[in-house]
Design a binder for this molecule. Structure first.
Ligand code: SAH
Ligand code: MG
Length: 198
């Protein structure tokens, strides 16, 4: 397991796969343990690095993870097999915005896919969250660019960073969720669904 994790980190750095930072996955693994989270939905598997680490937190933790890129999907399947997690991790090869989920609900949804689409993912998948469930989002700092979109010269980057800034505002003003922001790794948000009765 430890060797596989190191192997995946090396693969990611060699092939420019943007896997989660160590500090951030450590934070999420602690959150999973502390809140006794059992079933997780991940948007953006890449090669399975974060899915495998989340699934490793306890025997009864399961992860459904969605990836639209075929090379990464294949690599993810390979890694899930290598660590014997075929029963714990379900890898779905599809665009998350096209996925049809039925009759399932998750304790935790981890949004870590296209950064321009975070609001869409949030709005689509919040219906598949249990009461008091959590949505965690990665890369809210986007390597130090967030908060400075007006100073960015590249139009594409400025637009992307602007969308992350909008997402942060969306979370802050969302009446259904209580969101905390954490300055760990590339920036994380933890949004807990409020009790409807309150
Ligand atoms: N969670 C992974 C890293 C994911 S990188 C880890 O930390 O180990 C983001 C991934 O999301 C990329 O592989 C990209 O192909 C995928 N992605 C982006 N938009 C997507 C979408 N709409 N549906 C499915 N996958 C998507
Ligand atoms: Mg990320």
């Amino acid at each position: 397991m430890k060797d596989l994790i190191i192997e995946m980190e090396q693969y990611a750095s060699l092939h420019n796969v943007p896997i989660i930072e160590k500090e951030s996955i450590t934070f999420i693994m602690k959150y999973i343990k502390a809140n006794k989270i059992k079933n997780i939905l991940e948007i953006g598997s890449a090669i399975g690095y974060s899915a495998i680490l989340m699934a490793s937190t306890a025997q009864d933790v399961t992860v459904t993870t969605i990836e639209r890129d075929d090379t990464r999907y294949m690599e993810c399947l390979k890694n899930v097999k290598k660590c014997g997690f075929e029963q714990k991790i379900n890898v779905v090869f599809q665009d998350a915005l096209d996925v049809n989920l039925t009759d399932v609900s998750y304790d935790l949804i981890f949004i870590d896919a296209a950064k321009s689409q975070s609001i869409k993912f949030f709005e689509k998948f919040k219906y598949f969250l249990k009461d008091n469930g959590t949505i965690i989002t990665d890369n809210l700092k986007f390597h130090g660019n967030v908060g400075k979109s007006s100073e960015i010269e590249s139009k594409n980057l400025r637009s992307l960073v602007g969308k992350i800034e909008n997402y942060i505002e969306f979370l802050k003003n969302n009446p259904e969720f209580e969101t905390k922001f954490y300055n760990v790794g590339d920036g994380l948000s933890v949004s807990v669904k409020k009790d409807e009765k309150k």
